[in-house]
Design a protein around this ligand. Structure first.
Ligand code: NAP
Ligand code: 8YV
Length: 317
């Protein structure tokens, strides 16, 4: 008998069609009416008793309350490596397996981090607009800053942190890092994030989100990074104190920021949008056809493995 799969948020067509072939699918995002949340809520209430599995985008919250309403729920497939939106602690106590999509997106996210660095330093986006607006006829575009050879501090030397470091080596960056534990890399380790911030030109954030890392990048870290310093965030908006970041960018306490993630997505504060020293992306670090396909396949394969009593490919432990 086919299992019942609740798809919480809109997912790529190929993945939905794979799911449609193997499961009875229930698509929450299609429940659009005048009162969106009320419609979704009523829909979930009608089917919750029968749900065996959930597939969900990384940004969609899966709370303990929601899981408690699904007595048959066995497995949650998260379409993303970051699972901070899922109450994993509760899931584990309730015997619900959680899977995520590590490794397959390392290259993509690292490429995006480097793209943000190059864009903040070399002002590529501003220069492109300048050329397109035909302003060159009035004079040269102002000089920007050299990225090659700068000191890069990576906060979170995990799978993606290492992929960023590998790329930064090609730019002759002097690389160092902070995480809670020293790891097996040749780069200089800083136990104290403020010591790292004092030392580097760029701080690139690539830790998980959630309570443990909330506002890890606070006013003190930004002060220590200093007036020539650049922040790059491809982790989660929660890792930076966003209000302090805005204050520091406005008053030139730091030089600039390249951001893919924000405190309250999909909302980007007007103040950040109006700043000239920011490069802003709409959480697209992993968003290419190739990488999203690989992530989708992994979500599918994990849920399939569960129902075939095979070992999960990438369980969250
Ligand atoms: P990972 O391999 O688990 O690496 C995480 C790193 O962060 C580790 O070095 C870990 O080291 C460090 N860390 C964890 N908690 C910390 C803390 N409290 N303070 C300092 N360092 C801490 O994860 P990954 O695969 O590289 O992914 C990292 C994160 O990137 C994901 O969780 C996700 O939030 C984000 N991400 C964003 C996008 C995007 O689209 N923007 C895409 C993919 C991933 P220790 O345990 O030693 O501290
Ligand atoms: C996804 C991400 O875009 O993997 C992650 O942690 O943030 C991104 O790759 C996000 O999870 C939406 O599904």
């Amino acid at each position: 008998m086919k299992k019942n799969l609740l798809i919480m948020s809109e997912m790529p067509e190929f993945l939905v069609s794979l799911f449609d072939q193997s499961y009875n699918t229930f698509k929450v995002w299609e429940q659009r009416g005048s009162a969106l949340n009320k419609d979704k809520e009523e829909y979930i209430s009608k089917i919750s008793q029968d749900i065996d599995a959930i597939a969900v985008m990384g940004g969609t919250k899966i709370s303990a309350e929601l899981m408690k309403r699904m007595p048959n729920l066995k497995v949650i497939g998260c379409y993303g490596v970051g699972y901070d939106a899922i109450d994993v602690k509760f899931a584990h106590t309730a015997g619900i397996k959680v899977t995520n999509t590590p490794e397959v997106l390392n290259d993509e996210v690292a490429d995006t981090a480097i793209a943000l660095m190059l864009n903040v330093y070399k002002k590529i986006i501003d220069a492109e607009k300048f050329a397109r607006d035909n302003l060159w006829v009035n004079g040269e575009f102002p000089l920007s800053r050299k990225f090659t050879g700068t000191k890069l501090g990576i906060v979170g030397m995990g799978r993606i942190g290492k992929a960023i470091a590998k790329r930064a080596e090609a730019f002759d960056c002097i690389i160092s890092y902070h995480s809670r534990n020293k790891t097996d890399v040749k780069y200089q380790y800083y136990k104290n994030i403020n010591d790292l911030a004092k030392e580097v030109d760029t701080l690139c954030i690539i830790t998980p989100g959630g309570k443990e890392t909330e506002k890890l990048i606070n006013r003190t870290v930004l002060n220590n990074l200093g007036k020539n310093g650049v922040i790059i965030n491809v982790a989660r908006g929660s890792v930076i104190d966003q209000d302090e970041l805005i204050n520091c960018l406005k008053t030139n306490v730091i030089a600039g920021a390249g951001l893919d993630v924000y405190a309250n997505e999909p909302n980007i504060p007007e103040e950040l949008i109006n700043l000239k020293n920011t490069v802003l992306l709409p959480h697209i670090a992993s968003a290419t056809v190739e990488t999203r396909n690989a992530m989708g396949q992994l979500v599918f394969d994990n849920i399939k493995a569960y129902f075939e009593n095979k070992p999960l490919i990438s369980p969250v432990v």
